[in-house]
Design a protein around this ligand. Structure first.
Ligand code: SAM
Length: 234
């Protein structure tokens, strides 16, 4: 439970250099956050697409976080996923420095890590469905949490969601639609703006997404853009 987790008291105390040593002293902070990143497929797919952007995965399960940490360490050393890390096969040395994972309960402690307006992208990919009505408050898209996500995102920032659970899709859609700072954005528009590779990664790169594919499930995506506060007031 959360009792054993240590959290920075505020985003300035969050030791970013430790997670991204190659960027120590650069002043960069993570700009994309993958909430509930699971086994890290999205982080790894995005890393080469945005080599100058810091990307952070947040995952609550200890073992899963550890697995992603090891995966990233191996990638940083070898440039590819491999069982045995050796100095001889180090073609991509220097790559994957821009992705990292932390163990954290993102539903409770996001503002401890992320400053206001820090993020340009947030990902909620195949979140846990919590089917029972009394468990709905545990859902990661909820009216209270949306205000926190809006705080963390900068104007023009994009929220990406996808799920194979129709009931959860409808729930997320309802709450995202009701939130005045978010505007739904079409897939065509995002592709025209050059976000196609991100959409493809969202749809195909995660471990859960691959499982849904194997089981021939449906994938229901939803993309939203955050408006500037004055656009909402106009
Ligand atoms: N996004 C990944 C994917 O598409 O493969 C993982 C999907 S998995 C169904 C949902 C993940 O969210 C799990 O790994 C779970 O441990 C994590 N999770 C659930 N609640 C969380 C929370 N409050 N903070 C961080 N991670 C959480």
């Amino acid at each position: 439970s959360d009792h054993f987790l240590e959290y920075p008291p505020d985003p300035d105390s969050f030791d970013i250099a430790k997670l991204y040593p190659a960027y120590a002293g650069s002043g960069k902070r993570p700009e994309f956050v993958d909430i509930g990143c699971g086994f890290g497929g999205l982080l790894i797919a995005l890393a080469p697409l945005f080599p100058d952007t810091l990307i952070l995965g947040m995952e609550i399960r200890v073992q899963v976080t550890k697995y992603v940490e090891d995966r990233i360490t191996a990638l940083r050393l070898t440039g590819k996923e491999s069982q045995s890390i050796s100095e001889t096969n180090a073609p991509g040395r220097g790559a994957y420095q821009n992705i990292a994972v932390i163990r954290a309960n993102a539903m409770k402690f996001l503002p401890n890590y992320i400053q206001k307006g820090q993020l340009s992208k947030m990902f909620f990919l195949f979140p846990d469905p919590h089917f029972k009505a009394r468990k709905h408050k545990a859902r990661i898209i909820s009216p209270t949490l949306l205000a926190e996500y809006a705080y963390a995102l900068r104007p023009g920032g994009i929220i990406y969601t996808i799920t194979d659970v129709k009931d959860l899709h409808d729930w997320m859609n309802e709450h995202l639609s009701a939130f005045p700072l978010f505007e739904r954005v079409g897939e065509d528009e995002l592709r025209k703006e050059g976000h196609g590779p991100v959409l493809d990664a969202v749809i195909t790169s995660t471990e859960e997404g691959k499982k849904v594919e194997r089981n021939k499930g449906d994938k229901c995506p939803d993309w939203l853009r955050i408006l500037a506060y004055d656009e909402v007031l106009d």
